[in-house]
Design a protein around this ligand. Sequence first.
Ligand code: SF4
Length: 196
Amino acid sequence: MNPTRRDFLKASAIGGVGTAAASVLGFDLAPAYAQVRELKIARATETRSTCPYCSVSCGVIIYTLGDKAKNVTPQVVHVEGDPDHPINRGTLCPKGASLEQDILNPRRLVAPQVRRPGKTDWEPISWDAAIDEIGHWVKKTRDATFVEKDAQGKPANRCEGLAFIGGCTDTNEFNYLVVKTMRSLGVCYLENQARV
Ligand code: SF4
């Protein structure tokens, strides 16, 4: 082997000086990189999930450290595309590839909040209180806005005071139930990403 200065600079531009030195001198670094990646996820638990960012719904694998003991908080250490997923076959767009940052972001909301009428700030609310309040306001709004007959006196039976919007991580089954529930309430402003 007789590497030239041009060979070295070309390899540096692609992979850094250390990589360049090794590859120009004839070492194959692929097994070393594979080993580093293997060490990172060696003791991790694999959980299959769906990217929450858009309706393409790419499959992801979330790697978590922690032995599931009660006093251990699981720690997400790596997220990558799921090679067995029929939609993306292991690939992720840049947004999906940054999913680990979304999961670990300290500003991520993990509990419900409510903004009271006339207020500008959101305040925390328990899950039980949130469900009670939603039930209360859905009933009150439906009672106040339900349209039994249209302008010509024909039966309408629709609720124009409520709307529902679903996100891309809602499953088809969840959306099916949402559509059934909302239609039974008479809600006609209904949208989700599953196109049910
Ligand atoms: S990885 Fe990208 S394309 Fe796939 S669901 Fe997420 S945002 Fe959409």
